[in-house]
Design a protein around this ligand. Structure first.
Ligand code: FAD
Length: 160
């Protein structure tokens, strides 16, 4: 008997879940059901910064998801598919008043405290500043890339 699995939603969560389920259960029949596709989803216009916060999730599970996500996106960002998938690396400075080192800090590339000489400029209104490199995922490219690469050619089908 063929296992039939339905995934509701064709944003980044639905498409990624369907691909992950299909990879794990190759004999299953996976169908994505959604009333909005690619450019009509929130994921299409998302800022796309990879900062794996997982509020309300047990720490060990959040860490595993963060590590898996970091491996996946950093690998894509440094591969020949970076441009077509819309996944690249971006460096920046985050200013905040939260915890000194948030849990997602473990997954960032080259995370450092803001340099001493920049503190007078940037820490007037914030307690902490961190510089790091992470992935940025352009939804308007990543969703079609995922669909073309993994959904269309394989057994996952998409219906509205
Ligand atoms: C301006 C902006 C900037 C953002 N920046 C970032 C960022 O930098 N980093 C970050 O991590 N996140 C960011 N986010 C959040 C991120 O975009 C969302 O968390 C993410 O896109 C959610 O993906 P999703 O697949 O769950 O939902 P969506 O992309 O909204 O997709 C939902 C899917 O479910 C389907 N659906 C829903 N209800 C039904 C139903 N009843 N029947 C059938 N289908 C249904 C829809 O049709 C659609 O296909 C940002 C969001 C916004 C708005």
């Amino acid at each position: 008997m063929v296992l039939k699995i339905a995934v509701i939603g064709a944003g980044i969560i639905g498409l990624s879940s369907a691909v992950a389920v299909q990879n794990r259960l190759q004999d299953a029949s996976v169908t994505i059901i959604a009333d909005r596709l690619t450019r009509h989803t929130t994921s299409h216009g998302s800022g796309g910064l990879f900062v794996p916060e997982a509020e309300g999730i047990p720490e060990a599970l959040g860490n595993r998801w963060g590590k898996d996500g970091a491996e996946h996106f950093f690998d894509l960002a440094t591969s020949s598919e970076s441009a077509s998938s819309g996944v690249s690396l971006v460096s920046g400075l985050e200013l905040h008043n939260g915890e000194k080192l948030p849990p997602w800090a473990n997954f960032m590339i080259n995370l450092q405290d803001i340099p001493q000489e920049l503190k007078p400029y940037f820490l007037k209104y914030y307690k902490y500043g961190h510089m790091f490199t992470t992935a940025i995922i352009e939804g308007n490219k990543y969703l079609p890339w995922l669909t073309n690469r993994y959904i269309t050619p394989y057994t996952v089908s998409l219906c509205t």
